[in-house]
Design a binder for this molecule. Structure first.
Ligand code: PMP
Length: 434
């Protein structure tokens, strides 16, 4: 046997072990679909064990905005690893986390001052919801304990975030009886450029007003509802929500775990509306996708409300909170965004996505094609056959992960024009062939 055969045999053995032992997301165990074995990645490309190279049109689920093996991020990580990889955050602190928190307070919408660093998006939403509940308990209003949210949302897979995910998304039926029961209202009419519908806003206001006595917060993904359906809405709905929640003494939480760090064409999606939520969740691209870290920011009002209560501390403290490696690479990633060059790049990707995906609009079975910032979506009239779609996409050198009736991309900002064109061409071809 030669070396190539040995490598192939070793990879086949790895995949057999994967099938037997490794539980993948949203997958049965034992696995029924073989994943692709990735050996390494650089720039916007994933290199598979079998030698194929795929452009990562997913940015590893919105996260790898600067692509892979970015020299600045690699160097920041190596430098921090040479000092301290981890240290507990209770009673101790360190420069990477201090710099990160102060930078986030500066960059995010005015008024968000305090930063709780955690280790995943779901946990940052847990912390956000806990902050809101504790705020009202501390203020002597424990009846304010429910969340109001839009249908079609996605906020994570742990219990409290799951309770505000789309109730039609499959999770709610399974978990009925054990999930906190929240209040769902319709999502805003679709379209970033579609002027707000006043009757929708009036109904939204009426729902918040009617439930205000038991509402802790309204929780939404601003501008883009991601994993719940990849729908965009007009910033006017966020301005309306800010007014409605303030008028009714209800907190407002924005989950920008997917939209944060430039994806929609603004550094944070809240900027499209010019509003500040009471609590903001960030994750994914926070570290440029290098390490697992998330952040929950809040205003002094929320922090003081909690600190003035009978239990004056926020009762949360993950082991890997403020991890120095993650904080150092987050600082470097934000540093790469600091010169603003991401914006013309996202605008250029937006133009290429519009142009490249336009032909999909004429394909039978395609019901909508929509683009915002570095996000491109093709919606079909039926569920995409994931296996078939993956076969066509990978044969055309592209990695995407369609779900339900959606074929979508959010490429790394470092994608070349040619790579974006490769993604859109593969998407159009997929709509024709699958
Ligand atoms: N909120 C939103 C808007 C998300 O897109 C996600 C991840 N898809 C989460 C929360 C959960 O983040 P994580 O997967 O890091 O727990």
């Amino acid at each position: 046997m030669n070396a190539a055969n040995d490598a192939t045999a070793a990879d086949a053995e790895l995949l057999a072990l994967d099938a037997r032992h490794v539980w993948h997301p949203y997958a049965p165990m034992p696995s029924t679909v073989a994943p692709l074995l990735v050996r390494e990645a650089s720039g916007a490309c994933l290199r598979l064990a079998d030698g194929r190279e795929l452009v990562d049109g997913m940015s590893s689920w919105w996260a790898a905005v600067h692509g892979y093996r970015h020299p600045v991020l690699d160097a920041a990580l190596a430098e921090q690893a040479g000092r301290m990889s981890h240290v507990m955050f209770g009673g101790l602190t360190h420069e990477p986390a201090i710099r990160l928190a102060s930078t986030l307070a500066e960059l995010t919408p005015d008024g968000l001052e305090h930063v709780f660093l955690s280790d995943s998006g779901s946990v940052s939403v847990e912390v956000a919801l806990k902050m809101c509940l504790q705020y009202w308990r501390s203020r002597g209003e424990p009846a304010k304990r429910r969340m109001l949210t839009w249908r079609g949302g996605y906020h994570g897979d742990t219990f409290h975030p799951m309770s505000v995910c789309d109730p039609e998304g499959g999770m709610h039926a399974l978990w009925r009886g054990v999930l906190p029961e929240q209040i769902f209202v319709p999502a805003p009419p679709s379209g970033f450029d579609t002027e707000p519908d006043q009757s929708y806003v009036d109904e939204l206001a009426a729902s918040v007003e009617r439930n205000a006595g038991e509402l802790a917060a309204v929780v939404v993904e601003p501008i883009v509802q991601g994993a719940g359906g990849m729908r965009f809405h007009h910033p006017g709905y966020l301005r309306a929500l800010r007014e409605i929640t303030s008028a009714n003494d209800v907190l407002l939480v924005f989950d920008e775990i997917a939209t944060g760090f430039g994806r929609t064409g603004a550094l944070f999606a809240a900027e499209h509306a010019g509003v500040t939520p009471d609590v903001l969740c960030l994750g994914k691209a926070l570290t440029g996708g290098y390490l697992t870290m998330a952040a929950t920011l809040c205003t002094p009002r929320v922090a003081e409300g909690i600190s003035e209560g009978a239990v004056p501390v926020l009762a949360h403290g993950p082991t890997f909170m403020g991890n120095p490696l993650a904080a150092a690479v987050a600082n470097a990633s934000i540093g790469l965004l600091a010169d603003g060059s991401w914006l013309p790049r996202v605008r250029r990707i937006e133009a290429l996505l519009r142009e490249g995906l336009a032909p999909a609009a004429g394909v039978p079975g395609v019901v909508d094609v929509r683009v915002l910032g570095a996000i491109g979506v093709v919606q079909l009239d039926r569920h995409v056959d994931m296996g078939e779609a993956t076969r066509v996409l990978t044969a055309n050198g592209v990695w995407l992960r369609p779900f339900r009736d959606l074929l979508y991309t959010m490429p790394p900002y470092v994608c070349t024009d040619g790579q974006v064109e490769q993604i859109t061409a593969a998407m159009v071809k997929t709509t024709r062939e699958v």
